[in-house]
Write a protein that binds this ligand. Structure first.
Ligand code: AMP
Ligand code: ZN
Length: 482
């Protein structure tokens, strides 16, 4: 069965085809490198520590990437860091420190948290304040003005003219007439031609302090939406395969990204839009503004581990809302405990030397876990396959009908599954950056990039770890004497 995803743009399940595949000719020789997939994911706004609701989105994106890699694709993922917007500027002003000093610790905390949750690091983490992206934003805004898609208003800010982009509202399935001005429009919005026009460039005002960049429209700073269009296209090009975020990003943020990018390039920006539903608390979105949030350290302090939190955030289908509860955390702990115990039993059995032959024909259901994920990342179906397998193989172990070779095959099955789930206990004791290097090496080997694989082996060696390639995959051990 082909991979299918629910595309927010069409509101339909669509068969997934990479741009790479679409451009290949039937005469392409076998053995060509695997198809490449470009993914852009909206990252954190670093004005405070992210909450675990944000991490639901990042865990879902990690699941997506890991599954596509398991299926043999090469993924290039970009996640931006929003380090200039109203909230970051306000925070820096209140703390009376420069913007970059204010955002720095939150960037640091973000990376610490994604490592705790075993979220693979993106290939690029562009920051909006990086001058090369500011230049790209200015270039795009100038192009939009020259095409009549943007204008400078009396307040000196530059706005997108949504009435000139016929597809505006297509992603959100939004009716523009709902955006007609009413008597309650705030004064400052009269500068705009249409209430739905959004800022591309915000003219500097006193509240911004020293946060400003020069532009053809005077000093100011970019709007949030143009940041993503510029960083995505600067790194990945005019068109990308998949763009993700939480459902709250659909409108106006992603709608605006389409209008800006396609307004400049004239090409379809994104092939598949994937959005995850929210993490809820008592039926409401977990959010900073409602004050109903937990950060990762809050949950760690209650004694839960990173892998337990990862599992709890991952185990429900990404399009279904997930209620965060402590009972849910306990269930995650129990599920992982069951997996740990099962692995221990299989490892013991696989090391037995007697040549007792299996009398049971219980075998790992090889492709079924992946097949479930192929179906729009159906994680509940995939976990169902896993736990059925655990039950059946445990029974064979109880009844002494499984031999060591069969135990080995079950372990191999698990190691494949865990490339996606990334919850194995045995990683404990291996620092996260070593796990990350080892995973990069496994990927390089998968892509037959032997040079990179050797470089990463040397890097691991230099840090005191040894990578060995066994028939069960790569094993990482501490080098003796280091
Ligand atoms: P922000 O820092 O608010 O821009 O959010 C970063 C990412 O987290 C975006 O993709 C949001 O859609 C997502 N997000 C925010 N709150 C939640 C939540 N309660 N559940 C799931 N995703 C969320
Ligand atoms: Zn974005």
């Amino acid at each position: 069965m082909p991979i299918r995803f629910f595309n927010t743009y069409s509101r339909q399940l669509e068969e997934f085809e990479t741009r790479d595949t679409a451009s290949r000719s039937p005469r392409d020789e076998p053995g060509r490198p695997a198809d490449k997939i470009d993914i852009y994911t909206c990252g954190p706004t670093v004005y405070s520590r992210a909450h675990i609701g944000n991490f639901r989105a990042y865990v879902f994106e990690d699941l997506l990437q890991r599954h596509l890699e398991l299926r043999g694709y090469r993924v290039h993922r970009v996640m931006n860091i929003t380090d200039v917007d109203d909230k970051t500027i306000r925070g820096a002003r209140e703390a009376k420190i420069p913007l970059s000093k204010f955002t720095e610790p939150f960037k640091h905390a973000f990376f610490e948290d994604i490592d705790t949750l075993r979220i693979k690091r993106a290939d690029d983490f562009p920051s909006a304040t990086d001058q090369r992206y500011i230049d790209k934003m200015i270039e795009m805004i100038a192009a939009l003005i020259s095409r009549g898609l943007a204008y400078q208003a009396d307040d000196q800010s530059v706005y997108y003219r949504i009435s000139k982009f016929p597809n505006y509202g297509k992603l959100a399935h939004f009716d523009l007439t709902q955006l007609q001005p009413t008597g309650r429009v705030k004064n400052d919005e009269y500068d705009k031609e249409h209430i739905g026009d959004f800022a591309l460039w915000k003219a500097w005002d006193e509240e911004d302090g020293d946060v400003k960049w020069d532009s053809p429209w005077g000093p100011g700073r970019p709007g949030w939406h143009i940041e993503c269009s510029a960083m995505a296209t600067a790194i990945l090009g005019d068109q990308i395969d998949i763009h993700c975020g939480g459902v709250d990003n659909i409108f106006p943020h992603h709608e605006a990204e389409i209008a800006q990018t396609e307004g400049v390039t004239g090409k379809r920006f994104v092939c598949y839009w994937l959005h995850c539903a929210h993490l809820l608390v008592d039926g409401q979105k977990m959010s900073k503004s409602l004050g109903n949030f937990y950060t990762l350290p809050d949950v760690l302090e209650r004694g839960y581990s990173g892998r337990e939190i990862r599992y709890a955030l991952m185990r429900v289908h990404y399009r279904a809302p997930l209620n965060f509860t402590w009972e849910g955390m306990e269930e995650a702990r129990q599920a992982l405990g069951r997996i740990d115990e099962w692995i221990m039993r299989l490892e013991e059995k696989s090391q037995e030397e007697n040549a007792q032959r299996s009398t049971s024909n219980v075998e790992p259901p090889m492709q079924r876990f992946e097949a479930a994920l192929d179906d729009d990342l159906n994680i509940s179906g995939a976990l169902g396959v896993l736990f059925d397998g655990i039950r059946d193989s445990n029974r064979a172990l109880d009844e002494q009908t499984m031999d060591s070779a069969a135990a080995h095959r079950w372990l191999q099955w698990w190691s494949r599954i865990d490339r996606v789930l990334a919850v194995t206990e045995t990683r404990a004791g291996i620092p996260d950056e070593i796990v990350a290097l080892a995973e990069a090496r496994a990927q390089a080997r998968l892509a037959k990039d032997w040079r990179k694989s050797d470089e990463l082996r040397d890097e691991l060696m230099a840090r005191g770890w040894e990578a060995r390639d066994t028939k069960d995959g790569q094993k990482i051990t501490k080098r003796s004497g280091s």
